[in-house]
Design a protein around this ligand. Structure first.
Ligand SMILES: [Zn+2]
Length: 83
């Protein structure tokens, strides 16, 4: 039975962890639908139905261009239709 020094096991685990992290980042890379750059994109939902991937910058730009009250429509339509 071969007993490995603890130090080596730790570094192996660390290396493994690092590799997993890299893999996760690579898997999360997407082409931004707005600027066509490859980066860690965030999923955005347009109009409640269309899903697109935007990079961080485009997400921020989109947030900025959107007036706050329009982001979430909580209030029902004002005019009630009586039958
Ligand atoms: Zn972008």
């Amino acid at each position: 039975m071969v007993v490995q020094p603890i130090k080596e096991i730790t570094s192996y685990n660390e290396w493994n962890q690092m590799r997993d992290n890299v893999r996760r980042v690579v898997l999360s890379l997407e082409v931004c639908w707005n600027c066509q750059r490859v980066s860690q994109c965030q999923k955005q939902v347009l109009g409640g139905t269309v899903m697109v991937w935007f990079c961080k910058e485009c997400s921020i730009e989109r947030e900025k261009s959107m007036p706050a009250p329009l982001r979430r429509r909580v209030h029902p339509p004002a005019g009630k239709i009586e039958l």
